[in-house]
Design a protein around this ligand. Structure first.
Ligand code: KDG
Ligand code: MG
Length: 404
């Protein structure tokens, strides 16, 4: 099963996606998501200029060896660009393996360990009332878990709010230069418990409640937040503090029993090792497309299982449907599955990516199509050319750069 071509498809059906397509001599194609939001073209170059030429002539069935060849062979290790590129190759090879075997990838990974994958959706609002309406919309659809974000009073913009016109994105639609947001920790710490209290008061405790702090607090502030949210029994708070200084999570842990989820910006098992083996987090958020693909993420999840840490993979809309399908295939099989994020994709994405996953009763299933279960329509992709876009940046009121 020799590889005869490896092509990179860049498209922007609502937002930019980079897809790797590998073709074998017998005409089987495999897809991998290579999207790194705001830095897309660096992965395009990594693939086109470096990895694609190395893939030609290789045996597509040697998935683990190819992973090691690309990882060790780079000499320069880890990092989001390298690991996203390797992830795309890895997922595409799993897709090919599934198609060659006539099975969905989850069957190659050991078969399903649950009937479906619990997902959480993103509810948001400019006001608490608007947020409550949005939560209701998710509960009406059958969601069992909802992430809530609402505008912090006094701030001009808040992370996690969708533009009402797009419904699913909260980033500037047309900016090559980052927009600048202003952040105020005090205003946020005042507001967050009021928000959760309103949600629990209106809807009770019959569903899982999640919230993303998006790296904004110091460890001590994160401890205060966690404690203030304890009455609302959160499923997790996510990224309460930036995770470079991993020992700082001990301080949060000492002060609160609110569960912690971290890892969407990590790119390897080594980034997760300290937090997991010291039991400093409850959920690991690494994603299949930013953490070396199915092959590597499976190792992260296995390490996490040893320490009672459960999975909660990143699934924002800037990860393509190929990524989401890959995540579902793995989620269905691992013993320590926790939850899967699902933000959905903007409407035009469905013209480009043809998916097989289904949603019912709060659960997703990847479907029974061989491989990952996603096809790409390259003519439709060409109708949506790449558009330079950036994630926002954040400053404190006095102008100091802060984490976004
Ligand atoms: O590209 C950045 C987004 O993926 C990120 O801001 C979304 O934090 C996020 C989440 O939890 O989905
Ligand atoms: Mg997040």
């Amino acid at each position: 099963m020799k590889i005869v071509s490896a092509d990179v498809i860049v498209t922007c059906p609502g937002r930019n996606y980079v897809t790797l397509k590998i073709t074998t001599e017998d005409g089987i194609t495999g897809l991998g998501d290579a999207t790194l939001n705001g830095r897309e073209l660096s992965v395009v170059s990594y693939l086109r200029d470096h990895l694609c030429p190395m893939l030609i002539g290789r045996d597509a069935s040697r998935i683990g060896d190819t992973w090691q060849y690309l990882y060790r062979g780079a000499y320069w290790r880890r990092g989001p660009v390298t690991m996203t590129a390797i992830a795309a190759v890895d997922c595409a090879l799993w897709d090919i393996a599934g198609k060659a075997a006539g099975m969905p990838v989850y069957k190659l990974l050991g078969g399903q360990a649950r009937e479906g994958v619990t997902i959480y959706g993103h509810a948001n609002g400019q006001t608490i009332d608007e947020l409550l309406e949005d939560v209701q919309r998710f509960l009406d659809q059958g969601y069992r878990a909802v992430r809530v974000q609402a505008a912090v009073p006094g701030l001009e913009s808040t992370y996690g709010l969708h533009g009402s016109d797009t419904g699913k994105t909260y980033e500037p639609a047309d900016a090559a230069l980052p927009t600048e947001n202003v952040w105020d920790t005090s205003a946020y710490l005042d507001f967050a418990p009021k928000l959760m209290s309103a949600v629990r008061e209106q809807f009770g405790f019959g569903f899982q409640l999640l919230h993303d702090v998006h790296h904004r607090l110091s460890p001590l502030e994160a401890a205060q937040l966690g404690r203030s949210l304890e009455p609302y029994r959160m499923f997790w708070i996510e990224d309460p503090t930036p995770a470079e200084d991993q020992d700082s999570f001990r301080l949060i842990r000492q002060h609160t029993t609110t569960p912690l989820a971290v890892g969407e910006v990590f790119s390897s098992i080594f980034d997760c090792q300290h937090l997991i083996t010291n039991r400093l987090i409850d959920y690991i958020r690494t994603s299949v497309s930013h953490t070396g693909g199915i092959t590597h993420l499976r190792r992260v999840f296995d390490l996490a299982a040893l320490y009672g840490v459960r999975t909660g993979s990143h699934g924002a809309g800037d990860l393509s449907p190929v990524s989401f399908a890959s995540a579902l295939q793995l989620d269905l099989t691992v013993p320590n599955f926790g939850i899967q994020e699902y933000m959905g994709h903007l409407e035009p994405a469905s013209e480009v990516f043809k998916t097989n996953y289904t949603f019912a009763d709060g659960y997703m299933h990847p479907g029974e199509a061989p491989g990952l279960g996603v096809d790409i329509d390259e003519e439709a992709a060409a109708r949506y050319p790449y558009q330079p876009r950036s994630l926002p940046v954040n400053r404190l009121r006095d102008g100091t750069m802060h984490d976004w």
